[in-house]
Design a protein around this ligand. Structure first.
Ligand code: GLU
Length: 488
């Protein structure tokens, strides 16, 4: 096969947010296509009308854009094999079902949902896997035609051969076999005229010239049905690669119920797109060497399906955070500001931007996510906690410090490094005058300014706050004491 003939697709159903497993599938399809100078297609599989979520497609597109994953053909940009949304391709599926009916590979089924429910219940009572008992296969062509002509509601099912071993060569799992008697006569076209996933998926992969189907392991049981459909149509199937499951650290399956599975949630937490791509790339794939850090371009260069494991991949949140911390540490101030800025709370809008930027830069060290930085910044600006009772000596010290502050020229408050030094100088001098020093001095000031025992370096806080806020806090601490004195 010519490299440029390689075409992969990511085919999500628009049922809500983008799952990290979905991202992994999309990423591997992207990496494989780009590695081989092929094309990546985004196809929306929206034939299950009951599960549609408004805005889901726009959300996918937005998230992929944020991550820097570009599609070559998609509902948004179009392409030679569109439309790329299955609900806009219904005519094609009905043509295809007629072809299968004519060649005897599909048959109409008139069983009502009550009949099917009873069939399932009876099978379950006998501890058998629930499967269609193929009763409508027995109808003669004229009987079936007559029912259709009289308007009987019906679906179309595929005629799975009775006794056959179906072989699949999977690029990751090797040879996999399925016995045809375990495969259901799958519904291909529903009574509402919509195809099921199986029919639409196979027709579209063929029509869109998909060369490699790379998808999660949960689709492996569907693959024999697909392989049969390719045969029924007389088409060469694409190559298949089923990716290992994603697991929680306790090795249970990572599902909607356990922890955060939505990519959007990681975005909101301040995980950087490059971290997420790097981390997700390593969920099931490993490079030739021990390297752990890869840019998207490096991943494109290194990626191959041969190095995707069969065993489930554990999603380790600690590792994701650690990795993000490493990425954050290497970021320029401008980049960090841009990422954190989007997360900042509204309350900070009234603070001068340069001050908040200074706060971000002062507090970024050691942060594992941009949300951590946001929280630290929020804390630095948060209101004073309870002010303790100060002794006579502390009170005098704080008073003379406030006095000292009042004499600082306004422009100095805006020179962040210098104001810190000046602040220390004043505090030390006031301390000396009041026989306060070292830890006692700084703790007194910290309690007065923040009402808390811990927090960022005071000199930096003062620079983050500026003149008005610093003076206000100190005055508030002093007046708390004055008020309580007055009351007694
Ligand atoms: N629409 C399916 C999904 O939601 C696609 C499965 C496949 O890739 O064939 O994942």
């Amino acid at each position: 096969m010519n490299h440029s003939d390689i075409r992969t697709r990511y085919a999500p159903s628009p049922t809500g947010y983008l799952h990290v497993g979905g991202l992994r599938t999309a990423l591997y399809n992207y990496l494989f296509a780009r590695h081989h100078s092929g094309k990546l297609i985004l196809r929306v599989e929206d034939t299950d009308r009951t599960r549609l979520v408004e805005g889901a497609v726009e959300n996918f597109i937005d998230v992929f854009h944020w991550l820097g994953i570009e599609f070559d053909e998609s509902p948004k940009i179009g392409g030679p094999y569109g439309p790329y949304v299955q609900s806009e391709r219904l005519d094609l599926y009905s043509v295809k079902i007629r072809e299968l009916a004519a060649s005897g590979f599909a048959y109409p089924c008139f069983c009502s949902s009550e009949t099917l429910d009873k069939m399932r219940a009876d099978q379950e009572a006998l501890k058998r896997p629930p499967m269609y008992d193929k009763r409508c296969r027995k109808l003669s062509k004229s009987e079936a035609d007559e029912k259709i002509a009289s308007g009987s509601p019906h679906v179309w099912r595929m005629k799975v051969p009775d006794h056959e071993t179906i072989h699949i060569h999977d690029l990751i799992r090797g040879d996999v076999q399925f016995e045809s008697h375990t495969i259901d006569d799958q519904v291909l076209l529903k009574s509402d005229g919509y195809p099921t996933y199986h029919l639409a998926n196979v027709v579209d992969d063929h029509e869109m010239r998909i060369s490699h189907v790379i998808r999660g392991e949960e689709w492996l049981p569907s693959t024999p049905k697909h392989v049969l459909l390719y045969r029924f149509f007389g088409w060469a199937p694409p190559q298949f690669a089923h990716l290992p499951l994603l697991l929680n650290p306790d090795r249970s399956k990572m599902s909607k119920l356990s922890g955060d599975v939505a990519v959007e949630a990681y975005r909101e937490k301040g995980i950087l797109p490059e971290t997420l791509l790097n981390f997700v790339a390593l969920l099931g794939w490993h490079p030739q060497d021990e390297r752990e850090f890869f840019t998207l371009e490096e991943l494109v260069k290194e990626f191959s399906l041969e190095r995707v494991n069969k065993a489930g991949a554990v999603f380790d949140m600690q590792k994701l955070r650690w990795m993000n911390g490493e990425y954050i540490a290497k970021k320029s101030s401008d980049d960090i500001w841009e990422s954190v800025c989007a997360l900042l709370p509204e309350e900070l809008e009234s603070v001068a931007t340069e001050r908040v930027r200074f706060a971000v830069e002062s507090l970024r060290a050691g942060a594992e996510t941009c949300a951590d930085i946001r929280d630290k910044v929020g804390e630095a600006y948060s209101a004073q906690g309870d002010i303790p009772e100060f002794s006579e000596q502390q009170f005098a010290f704080l008073n003379s410090t406030l006095e000292g502050f009042a004499h600082i020229e306004t422009p100095l408050w805006n020179r962040f490094e210098e104001i810190g030094a000046k602040f220390k100088e004043i505090a030390n001098a006031s301390g000396k005058a009041n026989a306060l020093q070292g830890k006692q001095l700084w703790m007194t000031l910290r309690l007065a300014l923040t009402g808390r025992e811990h927090g960022p370096e005071l000199a930096k806080l003062v620079a983050m706050w500026g003149r008005e806020e610093t003076m206000n806090r100190l005055s508030a601490a002093l007046s708390a004491r004055t008020a309580s004195e007055r009351a007694s």
